[in-house]
Design a protein around this ligand. Structure first.
Ligand code: KG4
Ligand code: ZN
Length: 326
């Protein structure tokens, strides 16, 4: 029995096939960075057109590799995301499900990111879990007491952390997406901390827009240095240091708040594209350790958008539907 996962919520065209033991059979990911980098960010219309083109290439290859009769479940990301892009993944998945007489399961992109920590693991993380999702579209803490039973503990009041990193990357003329480029430049830089910090108030909400403006103001005052490698490296290191400190400070608050009402909490899930950042990941892991929480984060390959996490979420839902029918 095979499950097909489809992910097209933003700018990656992804399809994945897993078996009923959550083992990966096939994976496809066609990245659109080369198309969007000219514009410094994702252009929704170009993203949906590219999904349409790339999905056909993927399906042609898939046709020769699996038997359609083995597909019993098809899961597509249906929300949240860019509407035109989501539509391509939804219609592709729905069409395949109908043609194969399989069950179609719509998946929330956030559920997919949460599942990403289970990919390649013998044992899946158990509920309850406190989740920090940090990506280009999201920045929020959620308490999951059970499958799809989420309570938001804190969230960004404006930009997501990934969005702030991508925009600062753009200010530094780094290629889109800025997050990984900032991490690469930071390796050669020192912290000079010329930029204001993000919001530090005493709750688990985030705000990155003031921080982003502060970076813009500083760079405007130092235009002549903006092309120097050392200057860029120092800014990137400072940005990485400031953001990771803020995320771990907020993690501390979210953990304390959650433990106060749920002392039996043992698991912390860090997911989303920004969790690939080594400094951010290790500072949050240290914070979790202070409270004896075990932190789980995806293998770096699955931190950013992929279809295997969607297939995992789909197969779990499919299995629970079948359990309820019995
Ligand atoms: O989860 P994701 O692929 O897409 C969304 O659901 O938004 O996350 C993409 C975000 C981008 O903002 C990108 O800059 C950021 O994740 N990102 C990173 C790193 N890798 C990806 N940020 C910091 N360090 C990284 N290594
Ligand atoms: Zn994502």
């Amino acid at each position: 029995m095979l499950t097909l996962g489809i992910e097209t919520s933003c700018d990656d065209t992804c399809l994945s096939v897993i078996n009923d033991k959550f083992e990966i059979v096939l994976e496809y990911k066609i990245n659109q960075d080369s198309i969007h980098k000219i514009y410094g960010g994702v252009v929704p219309e170009l993203a949906s057109r590219s999904h349409l083109e790339y999905m056909q290439i993927i399906l042609k290859d898939l046709e020769n590799k699996i038997n359609p009769q083995d597909i019993k479940c098809v899961a597509s990301t249906t929300h949240p995301g860019l509407s035109g892009s989501l539509l391509i993944g939804y219609m592709t998945g729905y069409g395949i499900a109908n043609a194969c007489n399989a069950t179609f399961i719509p998946i929330n992109h956030l559920d997919g990111h949460i599942e990403s920590v289970n990919i390649g693991r013998a044992y899946h993380v158990k509920y309850p879990m406190l989740i920090l999702l940090i990506s280009g579209g999201h920045c929020q803490f959620m308490l999951a007491k059970n499958i799809q039973e989420y309570e938001v503990i804190g969230k960004t009041l404006d930009d997501s952390v990934g969005e702030a990193l991508d925009k600062i990357g753009k200010m530094l003329n780094l290629e889109y997406p800025g997050g990984p480029k900032i991490e690469a430049f930071a390796r050669h830089g020192k912290t000079i901390l010329p930029i204001g910090k993000p919001m530090y108030c005493d709750n688990a909400n985030f705000s990155f827009s003031g921080f982003k403006t502060s970076a813009l103001r500083y760079l405007d005052k130092n235009v002549e240095a903006k092309n120097e490698h050392l200057f860029i490296s120092n800014i990137c290191k400072s940005v990485e240091e400031i953001v990771s400190d803020n995320l771990s400070y907020k993690t501390n608050i979210a953990i304390m708040q959650t433990l106060a009402k749920l002392p039996e909490l043992k698991n912390f899930v860090l997911c989303g594209g920004v969790s690939a950042n080594i400094l951010i990941n290790s500072k949050i892991a240290n914070t979790c350790q202070k409270y004896n929480l075990q932190m789980h984060s995806p293998n770096i390959k699955y931190a950013t958008d992929n279809a295997t996490m969607i297939a995992f979420a789909g197969l779990k839902r499919f299995q629970s539907i079948q359990e309820n029918v019995k």
